[in-house]
Design a protein around this ligand. Structure first.
Ligand code: TRP
Length: 346
């Protein structure tokens, strides 16, 4: 811990297998941060219920899919803790306590919440409204100071900082104000050039076979202004070239290819063939690791269990500290251990 830059908590909701958008938007960044930070990676299954409470049967399988994809991407269970949110009750308990410090009017203005209510046309539950309160508890229950996330999560991080600040003001210095760390990579578009999203059917998954990957790449959106292979093409904003910039190690060749594309000297099909090969080569070791893990289902579960067990006492200690500071559950402690100054210090 001493030689580390700080403590990270971040996570995903287990909504299904991970795609290249997850990989580039978050996972590769997490993998590289494992050297310099103490890392907690959270599978946020409680958060799934904020929208998908009608399909509980999907959650256990999706947890294992996410886990296998994380490990395939290079998350190292020997260095980082993989934690199952619902198995550490302190997350939910701290969220209840934080909910006392979060105003309903403030939560109603969170952009992700407003969007979801509009998009899903649902009558929002209390759970959905307090989504970022639970997320704040996820982070602060480990007193994490750094949260690597995609841009979409910034409003939630802002709320976490507000809650930490408010708690510290009211009850004395307890929490760091966690800061977001954005992925240095560009946002990866989906096959149809919208954001890559499972529900849009425009994603390439880490678990896709080489054939499936190739088929998807061949169907990719490119440059709509280009009808014939010898029309001059546009490279900027063209998903195929955005992918090549991310995944093709031969960047000089990619630059040359762009030049020929601009002059109408190379067709879409050739560029896509190259991308399919590049992707399949890139994904080969990930697929191999994934296969090894999914063949050992018990080992996968064991990894999650171990990480969760290691996280538990840290979360419990924070919860106890918070309860005491908020005047709760005080009498479980021997009288001598209750420091009177705790309640007079502010
Ligand atoms: N809301 C995050 C997402 O949808 C998942 C998440 C839950 C999370 N708790 C977190 C991310 C705590 C960072 C920190 O991707």
């Amino acid at each position: 811990m001493e030689d580390k830059k700080g403590r990270i908590l971040t996570g995903h909701r287990p909504t299904g297998p991970r795609h290249l958008g997850h990989l580039v938007g978050t996972l590769l960044n997490w993998v590289s941060l494992q050297d310099s930070y103490e890392c907690f990676f959270l599978i946020a299954d409680l958060h799934v219920l904020t929208t998908d409470y009608e399909h509980p049967e999907r959650i256990p399988e999706n947890i294992l899919e996410v886990l296998a994809d994380w490990l395939a991407a290079g998350i190292d269970p020997n260095r980082s803790r993989l934690v199952l949110q619902s198995a550490v009750p302190a997350h939910a308990q701290l969220a209840v306590l934080f909910s006392m410090l979060a105003q309903v009017s403030r939560l109603g203005r969170v952009p992700t919440y407003k969007e979801q209510v509009k998009q899903l046309k649902l009558n929002p539950s209390l759970g959905l409204l307090s989504y970022p309160v639970l997320q704040s508890a996820d982070i602060l229950v480990y007193k994490a100071d750094t949260v690597p996330v995609g841009e979409d999560q910034l409003p939630h991080l802002e709320l976490s900082r507000e809650i930490a600040r408010r708690f510290n003001q009211l009850y004395g210095q307890t929490f760091p104000e966690p800061k977001a760390l954005l992925s240095p990579m560009p946002r990866l578009p989906g096959l149809d050039n919208r954001a890559m999203h499972t529900s849009y059917g425009n994603a390439i998954y880490l678990k896709d076979s080489p054939e499936e990957t190739e088929r998807k790449v061949m169907s990719m959106y490119t440059d709509p202004t280009r009808i014939h292979a010898d029309d001059p093409g546009h490279v900027e904003g063209n998903p195929v070239f955005i992918y090549l910039d991310v995944f093709d190690p031969a960047s000089a060749e990619v630059e040359e290819l762009k030049e020929r594309y601009r002059r109408g000297k190379v067709g879409d099909v050739d560029v896509k063939r190259r991308l399919a090969n590049v992707l399949n080569e890139y994904l080969a070791p990930l697929r191999q690791r994934r296969l090894a893990y999914t063949a050992q289902r018990d080992e996968l579960i064991e990894i999650l269990f171990k990480g969760t067990q290691a996280a538990m006492p840290i979360a419990m200690a924070t919860l106890e500290e918070v309860e005491l500071k908020m005047g709760l559950n005080v009498f479980r402690f021997p009288q001598s251990a209750i420091n009177h100054t705790l309640f007079t210090r502010r």
